[in-house]
Design a protein around this ligand. Structure first.
Ligand SMILES: C[S@@+](CC[C@H](N)C(=O)[O-])C[C@H]1O[C@@H](n2cnc3c(N)ncnc32)[C@H](O)[C@@H]1O
Length: 461
C-alpha cells in the first residue's frame, strides 16, 4: 500500500487533528504544575510566555555545579547497536549483573559478531570485535566470567543489581528488580513483548522489531509511545474515574505526549550531507514510505480498535519527529570504566598484582572498554528547555548519571527568575557552524550570543 493513502488518516482525520493540536498555554501550565507537584520538584517552573514557546525558569538561586533537576523519562530505549556493549535494565537503564558479566558478555558477543564476519573461528587471522588492536581470549575464560566462576579482583567494590528476566519470558528485556520488570510490563512491554509467556502476536512483534533494528531503531521508541498510550487509555477506562467518551479517554491518555514539541518526521529530518538538494523531495518521500512500512508492521502486531487514530501515519510521523527535534540523548556511564580506572589508581604493588588478571581482559576489550549505555529518550522537563549558545546549564554529569534520568546541572550561578537554558550542540564553534547544526533541529538560534554576532556580522558588511 502507498504511504499517501493511509486509510486511518482519512477515517479519523478530526480526532487526529485534535490529538496533534498544540496545547494552549493554560493546559501546558496545568500539566506541568501537576507533574512537578507529583514529583515533588521545586526550584523551577515551565512557562509559556517567553519568546520561544515553552521554557524552564528558575524559582530559586542556583550555585555553579548545583543539580537543577533530575528528569524522569517518559519513554526511552537503548540503541540496538549499543546492546552488544552494555547489559542494562530495560526500564531504568541501570547496568545490571556484575562487572564480570558485563565484560564476559561483551567479549562473547564481540566474538559471535567477529565469527559472523569472518566465518567460523579457526583461532587465527580475524581478531574479535571491530578493532584489530584487540586480543582474543579463550571461550572457557569468557564463559567463566559470564557464569560467575571467575571473580575479578576488587569487583566487589562495584556491585550491580541482579538480572531479573522479563515477565513474558522474552530474551530482549532484562531488569534490575522485580519492580522495574512490573513497571515496564504495565507501562509498555505487555503489548510489545515477543516472549512465549505473553498473549501477544509474537510473530508480528518480532517482525516489527526486526524491521526497526534493520532500518532505524527510532521506530521502537515510537512503538513504546503508542503502547504506553493504549495501556494508559485502558487503565483510565477500567478506573471509570469519569464518564468520558471513547475519544476523550484517548485524548487524556495522550496528554503527556501532546506536550512534546513535534513535527512530522519526513518534514523535519535534516537532509543528509550525501543527498543533493535537488533530490530532497524524493528523500523525504522515502522517509515517509519507510515510516509507513514500519507502521503497517506495528499495526499487525498491536492494533487496538479503541485507539485506532494512534495508528495513523500522521500521528506516527509526529511521534518520531518529536524524538528527532528534542535532542534527548540517554546516556548512562559504564561501571566497567569505573572498575578499570579504580584498578589503574591502586597503589603500585596492588595494581601490579590485580593487573596480572585484569590486563588480558582490558586488552581483549580494547578501546571500547568504557562504552556508556546510549539511547534516546523523551524527558518531559528537559524537552521544554530552550537552547542557548551561552547556556547556563548542561545535561549529564558523569558521576550523576547512574540510570536513565536526565541530570541538569548549573554551569554558572543562575538567579531566581532567569531562564534555564542548555546547549543542543557543540557551542565552541563559529556562528555559521552553530546555525548550521541547529538547522538540523529546525530553527535559527536567537540566543543573545547569536543575536550579537549576527548584528556584528551585518554591521561589518
Ligand atoms: C526542544 S524544544 C524547546 C521547547 C520549546 N520552546 C517548546 O515550546 O516546546 C526546541 C524548540 O524551541 C525553539 N527554540 C529553542 N531554543 C531556541 C533559540 N535559542 N532560538 C530560537 N528558537 C529556539 C525552537 O522552535 C526549537 O525547535
Amino acid at each position: 500500500m502507498d504511504a499517501s493513502i493511509c486509510p486511518i488518516d482519512a477515517q479519523f482525520s478530526d480526532q487526529i487533528s485534535i490529538l496533534l493540536n498544540p496545547p494552549i498555554p493554560l493546559q501546558v501550565q496545568e500539566y506541568f504544575q501537576e507533574l512537578l507537584a507529583e514529583r515533588k520538584c521545586c526550584g523551577f517552573k515551565v512557562k509559556t510566555d517567553g519568546e520561544h514557546g515553552k521554557g524552564v525558569y528558575s524559582e530559586v538561586d542556583f550555585q555553579e555545579d548545583e543539580i537543577v533537576m533530575k528528569d524522569q523519562m517518559l519513554v526511552g530505549a537503548q540503541h540496538s547497536s549499543n546492546k552488544i556493549d552494555c547489559l542494562v535494565c530495560s526500564f531504568c537503564f541501570r547496568f545490571i549483573g556484575s562487572i564480570e558479566l558485563q565484560i564476559g558478555r561483551k567479549l562473547y558477543l564481540q566474538g559471535v559478531s567477529a565469527t559472523d564476519e569472518c566465518g567460523p573461528s579457526n583461532g587465527s587471522g580475524c581478531s574479535s570485535g571491530s578493532s584489530s588492536q584487540k586480543t582474543r581470549l579463550p571461550r572457557d575464560i569468557i564463559a567463566s566470567l559470564m557464569n560467575g566462576d571467575l571473580q575479578l579482583p576488587y569487583s566487589e567494590k562495584f556491585p550491580l543489581p541482579p538480572v531479573v528476566p522479563c515477565l513474558g519470558g522474552c530474551k530482549e528485556a532484562y531488569y534490575c528488580s522485580k519492580s522495574c520488570a512490573e513497571a515496564d510490563w504495565d507501562s509498555f512491554h505487555s503489548l510489545l513483548c515477543g516472549g512465549n509467556g505473553s498473549s501477544n502476536n509474537t510473530k508480528a512483534i518480532l517482525k516489527f522489531m526486526q524491521h526497526a533494528n534493520d532500518t532505524n531503531d527510532i521506530f521502537i521508541l515510537a512503538a513504546k509511545v503508542i503502547s504506553n498510550t493504549i495501556l494508559r487509555c485502558r487503565k483510565l477506562k477500567a478506573a471509570h474515574v469519569q464518564q468520558l467518551g471513547k475519544h476523550e479517554f484517548l485524548l487524556k491518555a495522550w496528554k503527556p505526549v501532546s506536550m512534546g514539541y513535534k513535527k512530522r518526521w519526513w518534514d523535519c529530518i535534516a537532509l543528509p550531507e550525501d543527498v543533493d538538494s535537488c533530490d530532497e523531495p524524493e528523500f523525504r518521500m522515502q522517509i515517509k514510505d519507510l515510516a509507513f512500512a514500519s507502521l503497517q508492521l506495528l499495526k499487525e502486531a498491536i492494533y487496538d480498535d479503541e485507539c485506532a487514530p494512534l495508528f495513523s501515519l500522521d500521528i506516527y510521523g509526529h511521534i518520531i519527529g518529536m524524538f528527532e527535534l528534542n535532542n534527548l540523548d540517554l546516556v548512562v556511564a559504564s561501571p566497567v570504566e569505573d572498575y578499570f580506572l579504580y584498578i589503574d589508581d591502586l597503589p603500585h604493588s596492588q595494581k601490579k598484582e590485580a593487573e596480572k588478571i585484569t590486563k588480558s581482559f582490558l586488552d581483549a576489550l580494547g578501546e571500547d572498554y568504557a562504552i556508556s549505555c546510549e539511547g534516546t529518550a523523551f524527558y518531559p522537563l528537559q524537552s521544554c528547555m530552550n537552547h542557548s549558545c551561552i547556556p547556563n546549564a548542561k545535561a549529564f554529569k558523569r558521576e550523576e548519571d547512574k540510570d536513565g534520568q536526565a541530570t541538569i546541572i548549573a554551569l554558572k550561578p543562575i538567579s531566581k527568575g532567569e531562564e534555564i537554558t542548555i546547549s543542543y550542540i557543540d557551542e565552541e564553534v563559529s556562528y555559521e557552524e552553530r546555525q548550521e547544526s541547529l538547522a538540523d533541529y529546525g530553527f535559527r538560534c536567537e540566543c543573545p550570543r547569536c543575536l550579537e554576532e549576527e548584528h556584528k556580522g551585518s554591521s561589518s558588511d
